[in-house]
Design a protein. Structure first.
Length: 313
């Protein structure tokens, strides 16, 4: 698919893309300059609540979702905590509660896949989606939350927050912003981070779950996914006879998936947890790639110090 080919070249450009990039370079310089002007002119506002942002400088797929989940799991038992995100790909608009204190309040079309993933996998999850993140923060404070975690919040320069910026291991080869390479902001924007986790600050392990009905024979299994940078799943391709990748946040269609199973002479699917929330109602045999993330004591202490300072303010 063109979108996946384009995404791949934004990280690891081929010869054709390097030629195209020569003509796109002026646009990349202009885009980066605009971002620098935005960052310089916009002044952050304190909304009277602790806000922890998890973001990155590159296009998606840097581990924001599992990190947000890990931060929520760490702090929510003691501090009333909610997760706020845009809800990319949802079929709704405005401010919506996806879950509140563990109760799911809408369907996946209203929430989007990532918001529903939080709602279904985190204990006592409270999740809001809103294009306007400050409106969601104001609502969260009104509802008694003391901590809001912003998923993909780096671009919200107008919000005072603790800025966690992830530096992915597979950063774009060319150190340039869009449209030449996969940076959404100039690489020197890392200097605006309050904390950049090192490889020692985040420990992640992944495994394929055995639910709901495993049939793990490779010859009976296909891998299906619609995540950013799908090449991250390469290590799991060995468990399947074929792999099918769709654009990020793709809305799966049951007949389409059943046709892939039929053409591959397979009856079993492996997918990520983000994909599973869109596939689970299809009545298919699915195993899920589960990612477990833990934080170092240093990382937890950095966040804790910020939260304490805000609560005592």
């Amino acid at each position: 698919m063109f979108k996946i080919w384009l995404e791949k070249n934004l990280y690891d450009p081929g010869v054709i893309w390097l030629i195209i990039s020569f003509f796109l370079l002026p646009l990349s310089i202009i885009f980066g300059f605009i971002q620098m002007i935005r960052r310089a002119l916009i002044k952050p506002k304190d909304y009277g609540i602790a806000v922890v942002s998890v973001g990155n400088l590159t296009l998606g797929g840097s581990g924001k979702t599992p990190l947000v989940g890990a931060i929520f799991t760490e702090f929510s038992p003691e501090i009333p905590t909610c997760i706020i995100l845009r809800g990319y790909g949802r079929k709704s608009h405005g401010l919506q509660y996806v879950a509140k204190n563990g109760e799911i309040l809408c369907d996946i079309k209203t929430s989007g896949d990532e918001a529903m993933l939080y709602a279904k996998t985190l204990k006592n999850a409270s999740v809001l989606v809103s294009e306007n993140r400050e409106n969601a923060i104001i609502q969260a404070k009104k509802d008694g939350f003391a901590l809001a975690i912003l998923d993909d919040g780096f671009s919200k320069f107008h919000i005072e927050k603790f800025e966690i910026v992830l530096r992915p291991s597979d950063s774009p080869l060319l150190p340039l912003p869009l449209p030449v390479a996969g940076y959404r902001y100039p690489p020197n924007f890392y200097k605006f981070a309050d904390f950049i986790p090192s490889i020692d600050d985040i420990k992640s392990t992944s495994e394929i779950s055995n639910f709901p009905n495993p049939h793990t024979d490779k010859e009976n299994t296909i891998l299906i996914s619609a995540i950013a940078k799908p090449w991250r799943l390469k290590e799991f391709e060995k468990h399947a006879k074929a792999s099918f990748y769709f654009p990020d946040h793709y809305d799966f269609i049951k007949d389409e998936i059943q046709n892939l199973l039929h053409k591959s002479s397979a009856t079993h699917i492996i997918c990520t947890a983000k994909d599973f929330v869109k596939l689970e109602n299809f009545g298919l045999n699915i195993s899920v790639i589960e990612l477990k993330t833990t934080l170092s004591e240093n990382f937890k202490n950095q966040i804790k110090a910020y939260i304490t300072s805000k609560l005592n303010h």
